[in-house]
Design a binder for this molecule. Sequence first.
Ligand SMILES: [Zn+2]
Length: 52
Amino acid sequence: MISARCRVCGKEITIESWSHEYEKLKVADDPAYVCDPCQEKIRVEVQNDQPH
Ligand SMILES: [Zn+2]
């Protein structure tokens, strides 16, 4: 189990060792974690930036 801080909202999140996020963060040189709500927010904002 490791803890990561969301780089968007700054919330600290505990990641269980069985999570697929854990494997990603464990091997990352710079574990830039973004929590699920922020990932969704970023995804929506990126879509809104696209010219139609
Ligand atoms: Zn967040």
